[in-house]
Design a protein around this ligand. Structure first.
Ligand SMILES: Cc1cc2nc3c(=O)[nH]c(=O)nc-3n(C[C@H](O)[C@H](O)[C@H](O)COP(=O)(O)O)c2cc1C
Ligand code: SF4
Ligand code: SF4
Length: 276
C-alpha cells in the first residue's frame, strides 16, 4: 500500500510527527512519502494530481493555530480538492495535527473542507508537543520528551489502522467547544500578524535565512529594508530560527536569553529521543 502525507510545519513539531508516521509505515513494508507544502517546495498541480492518484490514502499534517487549520494548509487543501475532485471512487484521508496546550479542534474543520470531493476523512490524530509561540517560559525538555513518547504510541496506532484500512478518529469532546470560541477571534489576528513583524537592523547580519525559509514567501529585502507581507501564516519560523534573534514583534527585540527560541523536537528533546 502507499500513503502520501502533505505537511506544513512552522517550527518542526509537525514535520517530526509526519516523519515518524512515514517511518512506521515503511518499517511495516509499505510505501510512504512526505511532501512539504512550503512555497519553496513548489509542488505543481500535475505533481499533486499524480501524488493523490498514486496513493491508497493521503494525509494532511499541520499544527493547530487558534483551534483551527493554519491559512497555508487551508489554502492547500482547497487546492487539492479543486485539482482532484469530485472523485469517482472515494479516497481515504488521514489528518495529523500537532498542538501545544489545547487542541480545541477536532476533525470537523477538515471534514468541511473535503465535503463533496470524494476525499473522505478516515483517520485523525492530535499530538501534543509544545508551544512555539514566543514565551519567557524555559522549554520543559522532560515534558517534551514524555509527549514525544506518547505521540509515537499514538502514531503507531494510526499506522496500524491505516495499513489495516480501518477508521481511527480521535479528538472529539469538550475541546471542540473551546475551539468554537477561539476560532472566532484568531483568524483576524493571524491575517494581520505580518504587520507586527520587523527586523532590528542593528542585530541583523543580512544572512537571509528568514527570507529563504519563509514558507509563504512573505519576507523580502527591499533596498536595505525588510518587508513583511500579507500571506504570512503566522508560523513563527522567522522569529524562532533567526540566528541573531533580530526578528521583532510589535517593534520589540525579544532577548533570546529571556525568551528562548523554539527550534523543534529534534533540536530540543534529549538526544536519545530526538532520533530513533
Ligand atoms: C499562530 C499560532 C497559533 C497557535 N494556536 C494554538 C492553539 O490554538 N492551540 C494550541 O494548542 N497550540 C497553538 N499553537 C501552538 C502550535 O500549535 C504548536 O506549537 C505546534 O505543535 C507547532 O507545530 P510546528 O512546529 O509544526 O509549526 C499556536 C501556534 C501559533 C504559531
Ligand atoms: S534571519 Fe535574522 S539575521 Fe538573517 S537576515 Fe533575517 S533577520 Fe537578519
Ligand atoms: S513571515 Fe515569518 S511568521 Fe510569517 S509565514 Fe513567514 S516565516 Fe512564518
Amino acid at each position: 500500500m502507499k500513503f502520501s502525507t502533505f505537511y506544513f510545519s512552522g517550527t518542526g513539531n509537525t514535520r517530526w510527527a509526519a516523519a515518524e508516521l512515514t517511518k512506521m509505515i515503511q518499517d511495516q513494508g509499505h510505501q510512504a512519502e512526505l511532501y512539504s507544502i512550503d512555497i519553496g517546495a513548489q509542488l505543481s498541480d500535475g505533481q499533486i494530481r499524480a501524488i493523490v492518484a498514486d496513493a491508497d490514502a493521503i494525509g494532511f499534517a499541520n499544527p493547530i493555530y487558534g483551534g483551527d487549520i493554519p491559512p497555508i494548509m487551508r489554502t492547500f487543501i482547497h487546492r487539492v480538492v479543486g485539482l482532484v475532485g469530485p472523485l469517482a471512487t472515494a479516497k481515504s484521508v488521514y489528518v495529523i495535527n500537532t498542538y501545544g496546550y489545547v487542541n480545541a479542534f477536532g476533525p470537523n474543520e477538515t471534514q468541511k473542507l473535503l465535503a463533496g470531493s470524494g476525499l473522505t476523512l478516515s483517520a485523525y490524530v492530535n499530538i501534543q508537543l509544545c508551544n512555539n509561540v514566543t514565551s519567557s517560559k524555559p522549554l520543559d525538555r522532560a515534558k517534551l520528551a514524555q509527549r514525544m513518547v506518547r505521540g509515537r504510541q499514538e502514531l503507531n496506532r494510526l499506522a496500524d489502522r491505516l495499513i489495516a484500512g480501518r477508521k481511527r478518529i480521535r479528538g472529539h469532546g469538550p475541546q471542540l467547544l473551546i475551539g468554537t470560541m477561539i476560532r472566532k477571534k484568531i483568524p483576524e489576528a493571524i491575517a494581520k500578524f505580518y504587520q507586527t513583524l520587523g527586523v532590528d537592523r542593528a542585530i541583523c547580519t543580512r544572512c537571509m535565512v528568514c527570507v529563504k525559509n519563509c514558507p509563504t514567501g512573505s519576507i523580502r529585502l527591499k533596498g536595505d529594508k525588510f518587508v513583511f507581507s500579507a500571506g504570512c501564516t503566522a508560523c513563527m519560523r522567522c522569529y524562532n530560527f533567526c540566528p541573531t534573534g533580530a526578528i521583532t514583534i510589535d517593534g520589540v527585540v525579544a532577548d533570546p536569553h529571556t525568551f528562548p527560541r523554539y527550534q523543534g523536537p529534534e533540536a530540543s528533546a534529549p538526544d536519545d529521543l530526538a532520533t530513533r
